[in-house]
Design a protein around this ligand. Sequence first.
Ligand SMILES: Nc1ncnc2c1ncn2[C@@H]1O[C@H](COP(=O)(O)OP(=O)(O)OP(=O)(O)O)[C@@H](O)[C@H]1O
Ligand SMILES: [Mg+2]
Length: 387
Amino acid sequence: MSGTVLIVDDEENARHNITQFLVGSGYETIGAGTMEEARKILQQGAADVILLDIQLPDGYGPNLLIETASLPSRPPIILITAYGDIEIAVDAMKNGAFDFLQKPLNLIQVKQSVQRAMENVAMRRELAHLRQSQQSDLAFIIGSSPQMHQLLDAARRAAEASVSVLITGETGTGKEVLARAIYSVSPRSKSPFMDINCAAIQSTVLESELFGYEAGAFTSAEKRKLGLMEVADGGILFLDEISSMPLDIQAKLLRAIEEQAFRRVGGTNLIRVDVQVLAASNRSLPRLMEEGKFREDLYYRLKVLDLHVPPLRERKQDIPDLVGFFIRRNNQKMGMNVCDVTPPAMDALMAHNWPGNIRELRNVIERAMLFCDDAAIDLPHLPADLY
Ligand SMILES: Nc1ncnc2c1ncn2[C@@H]1O[C@H](COP(=O)(O)OP(=O)(O)OP(=O)(O)O)[C@@H](O)[C@H]1O
Ligand SMILES: [Mg+2]
């Protein structure tokens, strides 16, 4: 990850050494010898991350933290403290410093801290972009692993081609997130996205939920009710946990998809719609087919495109991004100020097998943040089975 680091230090030698090292690591740098110079550069918005010395000729470095506190996009500030200046460091962290490093500087630590700060910046920008585009955070998919890239490519194609899609994957891998992502990039996103969890609805109600009913279709049917298929016209119908759909409704669904038409329960009129169907399952449909519980024809009709969301343990390189995302999101939601994970805690997160996948990771981070009191997430904040 690249970006520009503003190095605020009045000692030219120190500035030079840090500059050389950071440039060698792929960053751009700007030097400032005084608070005044630093302020100017900040005003120009030229710095992504700031390395800040404490004693400057024209002032006390940490004052910059207070001066910039209300800026909407203040760059993360890493304070350089003298050895033993713990009080200053603690104060600075309270005032929103991103990190502090002690002199004599260990350049490897400088680089690690800058790198984390840059990641933090990237995350903030992503979030800002997200808010701007007014997508819900469900439509926002985190993951830069090759597996996720491939998946998102396929999702884009599914959106463009407007074909039926079967989304498979273990529980908590993000199947629903993917379905909403397909919708958000689809030309259909101006029309409704309707979803129904086939496992959460009584099978007797499922049919009328999907296809609607006419007044008088059954005793409690006083008025005509439109089904999801009809409401989703022009848009997308997402059938979650499709494995729980009873066989007779499977047959009706198959016909509705093939003909893009159906009848309301108790109705005779054929209703024509234009609906893209996405279905998800965390159970093996081929196995259910063998057991006679899922229709083979419907299976092949749904999986025109088959999107498999890989379990988290097969794409562990996404873990740091996801952790960062959940921390940012919870900071916002819970008004917290957690900004880091200690290396041993990150090691434990990387080593875990994540049977509950991203949902489990989300819960672990949420819990850790409740325990860590605005400090970095550390090993003791994680559930005991992680280490
Ligand atoms: N790529 C991702 N980026 C950010 N958050 C994600 C991602 N994938 C999943 N999540 C989050 O993980 C949780 C589980 O995701 P989701 O509900 O989509 O899983 P699922 O595959 O539908 O699980 P199940 O089979 O149990 O229904 C949600 O809180 C979701 O927001
Ligand atoms: Mg789901």
